[in-house]
Design a protein around this ligand. Structure first.
Ligand code: FAD
Length: 420
C-alpha cells in the first residue's frame, strides 16, 4: 500500500479545486508538496461546459443577497474579502487570461471555457503541482496528526491539510455526485449538511398547449406564487419554452430554487405567473386597443403579429376558449380584450415539477457554511477545508456560482499557506 505525506491534498479537480491549487503555489506555500486528486479522467470537465462553453466566470456587480446559504453574514464577508476584483486580477496577471466584460458579466476574451481550464492546468504544471486523474476518493479520516485520504483502490494518501472540492450533485456525468457527504462520514454527521437539491433548473407543466410553444423565446418576467397567493420569487428576462413541456431560460432558472423548495416541502399548488410581453398591462391594453381600430378586419393572430409572437397569441386565446386564427380583432369586445391583456401579462402556469440533477446547472445544499470558519476550515478540524459547490452556497445565473468557487478556494489557500 502506497502512503505519502503531502502538505496539502485537494480532492476534486473542478473550478474550486484547481483555483485553490493555483493560489497555493503563488503563496508562501510554494515548494510544498501539493496534490490534486480528480475522480474523472481529466480535470475541469464541468468548468468546460460553463456559460454555454464560453465560461461566465464572474460578475462585476456581485450582490451577496442573490445567493442562498445558511450563513449570509459570513458569505458577505467572504465575498468582500475576495470578490470579482481580486478574481479578475488573478486571472489576468497570474493565469494570463485576458478578460472581456459584457454588461456586468465577465468572460475570457476568447469566449472559450477551455481557455480557463487550460490556464489553470498550465499554471499547475508550471508550479510542479501534482495532479492525479482517475482517483476516486472514498473517505477522509483523521489520524493523530494528519489526514488519511482513502480511495476506491488500495492507494491511500496522507496529508497535513485536505481541501474537499468535490462539487455538488448536478451534471453527474462530469463527476460531481455529492461525494462530500460520504467522504466526511467518519468526521461529521447529518447536522453538518443541508441536503443537496437541484437549483438553476427548468420547470415543467402539464397545462394544455404548452408543448406547442417548444422552442419559443420571449422577453418577460416570472413570479413564483404558492397556494396562498404569496410571491416567493421573481425575476425578469428571456423565457424559453422547452420541448418537454415547460419553461426555462435564465430568469426561470433564477427562481427555480424557490420552486424546488416549495415542491419538496409538499406544496401542491405552485404557479409560475408569466408576463409574456415584457411590457405592463396598461401598455399592452393600449397597443391592442389601437390595433383594434387599425386592423379590425384581420384575425387576432394576424392583427397582433407585429407586437406578439403568433404562437403566444394563439396559446393565450386558446386558453380563453377563442380561436385566434378565426376571430377578427373587431369581434374581440372590451371585456375579452381586457382578459387577453391580463393573461398576456400574468399567465398562470401550474408547475408540476422541475429538472433533476442531470438538467440543473447548480445544486443548493451541501456542507453548512456556518460550520466553517471565515477561511472555509471546518470548525474544530484543523487543516480540513471545504470549498466550492460542496458548501451550502448557491447563487443566481451570471457568474455568481463560479465566483463562489474562486472566492472559497482563494480564502482556503490563503489560510493553508499561513499555517504551514
Ligand atoms: C451546464 C452548466 C453551465 C454553467 N455555467 C456557469 C456559468 O457560466 N457561470 C457560473 O458562475 N457558473 C456556471 N455553472 C456552475 C459552475 O459550473 C459550478 O458552480 C462550478 O463548477 C462548481 O465548481 P466546483 O469546483 O465546486 O465543483 P465541480 O466543478 O463540480 O468540480 C468537482 C470535481 O470533483 C470531482 N470529484 C467529485 N467527487 C470526487 C471524488 N469522490 N474523488 C475525486 N474527485 C471527485 C469531480 O469529478 C469534479 O471534477 C454552470 C454549471 C453547468 C452544469
Amino acid at each position: 500500500m502506497k502512503s505519502n505525506v503531502y502538505d496539502c491534498v485537494i480532492v476534486g479537480g473542478g473550478a474550486a479545486g484547481l483555483y485553490c491549487a493555483a493560489n497555493l503555489s503563488r503563496l508562501e506555500f510554494n515548494g510544498k508538496k501539493i496534490l490534486v486528486l480528480e475522480g474523472g479522467n481529466r480535470v475541469g470537465r464541468k468548468l468546460a461546459l460553463t456559460g454555454s462553453g464560453r465560461c461566465n466566470l464572474s460578475n462585476t456587480e456581485i450582490d451577496p443577497s442573490k445567493y442562498n446559504t445558511d450563513d449570509q453574514v459570513k458569505l458577505e464577508s467572504c465575498l468582500a474579502r475576495y470578490g470579482c476584483t481580486e478574481t479578475s486580477y488573478y486571472f489576468e496577471n497570474m493565469l494570463g487570461v485576458v478578460l472581456e466584460q459584457k454588461g456586468t458579466l465577465l468572460y475570457p476574451s476568447t469566449l472559450k471555457s477551455s481557455t480557463v481550464v487550460d490556464a489553470l492546468r498550465f499554471y499547475l504544471a508550471d508550479n510542479n503541482i501534482e495532479t492525479e486523474s482517475g482517483v476516486h476518493v472514498e473517505s477522509v479520516e483523521r489520524t493523530s496528526s494528519v489526514y488519511e485520504i482513502k480511495t476506491d483502490s488500495d492507494k491511500s494518501y496522507m496529508a497535513k491539510n485536505v481541501v474537499i472540492a468535490t462539487g455538488g450533485i448536478t451534471y453527474p456525468v462530469t463527476g460531481s455526485t455529492g461525494d462530500v457527504v460520504k467522504i466526511l462520514k467518519s468526521i461529521t454527521d447529518e447536522s453538518f449538511f443541508v441536503p443537496f437539491r437541484p437549483a438553476l433548473t427548468s420547470l415543467s407543466s402539464d397545462i394544455s398547449g404548452i408543448k406547442g410553444l417548444a422552442g419559443i423565446r420571449c422577453r418577460g418576467d416570472v413570479k413564483i406564487v404558492d397556494s396562498q397567493g404569496t410571491i416567493k420569487a421573481q425575476s425578469e428576462g428571456e423565457i424559453l419554452f422547452t420541448k418537454e413541456g415547460g419553461i426555462s431560460g435564465i430568469c426561470v432558472m433564477d427562481v427555480s430554487d424557490a420552486v424546488v423548495r416549495l415542491i419538496d416541502d409538499g406544496e401542491e399548488d405552485v404557479k409560475a405567473v408569466l408576463n409574456l410581453t415584457g411590457k405592463s398591462a396598461g401598455e399592452i391594453l393600449q397597443m391592442i386597443y389601437i390595433r383594434r381600430q387599425m386592423y379590425a378586419h384581420r384575425t387576432c393572430s394576424d392583427a397582433l403579429s407585429g407586437m406578439l409572437l403568433r404562437n403566444i397569441t394563439d396559446f393565450v386565446m386558446k386558453h380563453m376558449g377563442l380561436k385566434s386564427d378565426k376571430m377578427t380583432l373587431r369581434e374581440l369586445d372590451d371585456r375579452r380584450l381586457c382578459e387577453l391583456t391580463n393573461l398576456l401579462c400574468a399567465f398562470p402556469i401550474p408547475v408540476k415539477g422541475y429538472g433533476a440533477e442531470d438538467k440543473a446547472q447548480v445544486s443548493s445544499g451541501g456542507f453548512k457554511l456556518s460550520k466553517l470558519d471565515d477561511n472555509m476550515q471546518v470548525k474544530g478540524c484543523h487543516g480540513l477545508y471545504i470549498i466550492g459547490e460542496s458548501v451550502n452556497v448557491n447563487g443566481i445565473c451570471g457568474g455568481y456560482n463560479l465566483q463562489w468557487a474562486w472566492t472559497s478556494a482563494a480564502l482556503a489557500a490563503e489560510s493553508i499557506s499561513q499555517d504551514v
